[in-house]
Design a protein around this ligand. Structure first.
Ligand code: NZQ
Ligand code: ZN
Length: 388
């Protein structure tokens, strides 16, 4: 391990089929007004809304309804939520949903009482809140982003032409999170598989960085192997509780800050994916899937030692008698075969990327000076073209 770091994760997790039993007790720790934020209505169909409403009633809360948080939440929606928080003097935002609803809740929390322009302050300048923030609690219904135990808040601002992430500090991590794998069983197959790839991408973004021997990489490899194993089961039988529970737990650890300790990260795949998401509004995990192989094949030679390690330790590639290039290439071929097996989208044209909007996508890609190689604008265009 190299470097110095401070590790703290303040989110309290309740995991398992009985996790909801803890919701009333958690709610009682906050003031009387709870804003119940959720998405397009899936929680009303699968019974989660009723279970949450019953807990809110039992805890004696006044509920402010806040529905309609869309996938890839917009800044306009965030400003609407901010007005609700101020008008109702909300004490807690309870986000019930996937990453979009939870990211939105954090954005509202930090922006409601912000004296400056929140977009400029948080998503452009990447500053920390200097105002009162509202605590956020979550009931997770879709697995993938890790938003349930981190400070991430990815917001789309179409007027400004960016989908951008802000990673808030621990003050904005959810105070508590309810993780019941059963709640994820009604997620449509397409969304479920997109979530699986999102998890894998978070693991790879943090794995493909640095050169030091680092305990964090060994933890990461274990999580990748567990994900690959369970995703193969769940893709065939989504109702397999054991597999879905393992994946839920893996997703949380894949992006709750543990895996960046002593490491840093790459995160260029996410910048490419966010640009596709901005232009096409496609599902996050699928935007990552279609750019990953073109990106990793391009940077493989710059971080060859780690791609060899990935092949051997994660995919079981036998290195005997092969060059490092051959081993690393085989590792990426295994990744490709797994992606096809679980059924992710392999081509960005299926998400709406065309020759006509390619330059618009490229313009929205944030090029990060980290990872094994900093891309040029021309390479961004080439990767996007290869992804089609
Ligand atoms: O809106 P509802 O009706 O709830 O339907 C949702 C939505 O259509 C549905 N869904 C969720 N739980 C369900 C369900 N349908 C049936 N049964 C259930 N139990 O699934 C759809 C997708 O939900 P969404 O929240 O958009 O998915 P996800 O969790 O993948 O979140 C994606 C957002 O998170 C951001 C992405 O960029 C994207 O905006 N990310 C956040 C990160 C973070 N906070 O750290 C990191 C990630 O890399 C990512 O960028
Ligand atoms: Zn992601």
């Amino acid at each position: 391990m190299k470097g110095n770091f401070t590790y703290c994760n303040p989110t309290r997790l309740h995991f398992g089929e009985d996790a909801m039993n803890y919701l009333v007790q958690e709610l009682k720790a906050f003031g009387p007004v709870v804003m119940l934020s959720y998405g397009g209505g899936s929680i009303k169909k699968n019974g989660i809304y009723d279970a949450v409403a019953a807990a809110l009633k039992e805890a004696g809360k006044t509920v402010v309804e806040d529905s309609g948080v869309m996938p890839n939440p917009t800044y306009e929606k965030v400003l609407e939520g901010c007005r609700k928080v101020r008008d109702n003097k909300v004490d807690l935002i309870l986000a019930v949903g996937g990453g979009s609803t939870i990211d939105y809740a954090k954005a509202v929390s930090a922006s409601a009482y912000c004296q400056e322009d929140p977009w400029q302050k948080y998503w452009v300048n990447q500053e920390s809140p200097a105002c009162k923030t509202i605590p956020v609690g979550t009931v997770l219904t879709m697995v993938g982003t890790g938003s349930e135990m981190n400070g991430g808040s990815v917001i789309t601002n179409r007027k400004e032409g960016f989908k951008r992430g802000k990673v808030f500090g621990t003050e904005l991590f959810p105070t508590f999170t309810i993780l019941n794998p059963r709640f994820t069983m009604t997620v449509p197959q397409y969304q479920m598989v997109a979530g699986f790839f999102d998890i894998m991408s978070h693991l790879m973004e943090q794995y493909f960085a640095g050169t030091a021997d680092c305990t964090t990489d060994y933890i990461n490899e274990g999580l990748m192997r567990s994900l690959i194993h369970s995703s193969r089961i769940a893709a065939k039988n989504p109702q397999d509780y054991e597999a879905r529970a393992n994946i839920m737990w893996t997703a949380t650890w894949a992006l709750n800050t543990l895996l960046k300790m002593g490491k840093g990260g790459d995160w260029e795949v996410h910048q490419l994916g966010h640009a596709i998401g901005l232009v096409t509004d496609a599902t996050h995990g699928m935007t990552l899937a279609c750019v990953s192989l073109p990106y990793y094949r391009r940077v493989m030679h710059d971080g060859l030692h780690q791609f060899v390690r990935f092949a051997v330790n994660v995919w079981g590639v036998r290195p005997d008698g092969k060059s490092d290039e051959q081993v690393a290439t085989e590792g990426l071929a295994c990744l490709e075969a797994w992606m096809k097996e679980i059924g992710v989208v392999m081509h960005s044209r299926e998400l709406g990327v065309t020759e006509e909007n390619l330059q618009q996508v490229a313009d929205a890609v944030l090029i990060l000076p980290v990872g094994y190689r900093t891309l040029t604008r021309d390479e961004v265009v080439e990767i996007l073209r290869e992804s089609m």
